[in-house]
Design a protein around this ligand. Structure first.
Ligand code: SAM
Length: 270
């Protein structure tokens, strides 16, 4: 699996790429990384990468030219996906990580900064817009690393024992069961006796119950999602409906294109 990261802060990834299972997988040739410094694609002698926002508002926006140049250089594989990290994206999940690990040979991750990136890059050059959660980070680097780790550990050979992957949180629809190790008693708190009983059936039953309890207490939404997830045909209808609304809006407010866009006056302050 090839990962490409487009960032204003390449140093962020330097140590991370050398440690733990990712470091080992890089050495073994299972994972390949290229970190592209967005500044290298900047405009003019100052290598400018950002500008003020059309329509006003605080903060700067990353310009499309450096981003698109970097994406075009980074994308080299046929089975590649360009992913923009953004709090406005669809939520990154274990299911998505699995899909990416299965379907891609290359993932190009675009890290935003400041107020974000010019929307045309997301619309016309990206395959996906992904959020790692309902909070706002300062930049896309941490989010990119979340995507990298969650996909990388699903690449065959990266995690030593593939069995351990199948039983983890989210894979079964529930959170994982609680784990204990030595000592059997720590500061007066004992490991549940059943885990030391050697009775495999009882251990299995206890673990299933604990996984359910933990999920009910911490993430009841996972249980509801599994029970009430609409069937695929509903999703298809919804997608069609969204497409219909988008086309109607496009007719009412056509987006400027090519020559028309070139000719449009630039109202930004100098
Ligand atoms: N103005 C944007 C908004 O409110 O949606 C927030 C921009 S944020 C300060 C700067 C960058 O951090 C984003 O372009 C994105 O790359 C990254 N980022 C922040 N929160 C994120 C999240 N939850 N998931 C993925 N990326 C995020």
């Amino acid at each position: 699996m090839q990962f490409d990261v487009i960032t204003l802060f390449p140093a962020f990834f330097e140590t991370a790429l050398q440690v733990g299972l990712i470091g080992k997988a890089v050495e073994a040739g299972l994972l390949r990384f290229r970190v592209h410094d967005l500044r290298q694609f900047g405009i003019g002698p100052h290598r400018q990468v950002d500008d003020v926002a059309y329509g006003g508002g605080a903060g700067m926006v990353l310009r499309p030219e450096p981003l698109v140049a970097a994406i075009e250089q980074a994308r080299t594989e046929a089975r590649s996906r360009v992913v923009v990290l953004s709090p406005q994206g669809r939520l990154w999940t274990q299911a998505l990580a699995r899909q990416y690990a299965r379907e891609c040979d290359q993932i190009v991750l675009v890290c935003g900064r400041y107020e974000g990136i010019d929307e045309r890059v997301t619309t016309y050059w990206a395959d996906d817009e992904v959020s790692i959660g309902d909070y706002v980070l300062m930049g896309g680097e941490v989010a990119a690393w979340v995507v990298i780790e969650s996909v990388a550990r699903l690449v065959p050979g990266v995690v030593g024992n593939p069995e351990s992957l199948a039983l983890e949180s989210f894979e079964t629809g529930l959170l994982d069961y609680p784990q204990y190790t030595r000592p059997a008693v720590f500061r007066g708190y004992a490991v549940p006796a059943v885990l030391r009983s050697g009775h495999h059936e009882s251990i299995e039953r206890w673990r299933r119950l604990q996984a359910l309890r933990k999920t009910l207490r911490n993430r009841p939404d996972l249980i509801l999602a599994a029970r009430w997830a609409p069937p695929p045909v509903w999703w298809a209808w919804m997608a069609e409906w969204v497409g219909w609304v988008e086309r109607a809006l496009e007719k009412m407010y056509p987006s400027p294109r090519s020559q028309e866009a070139e000719d449009a006056p630039d109202h930004r302050p100098d």
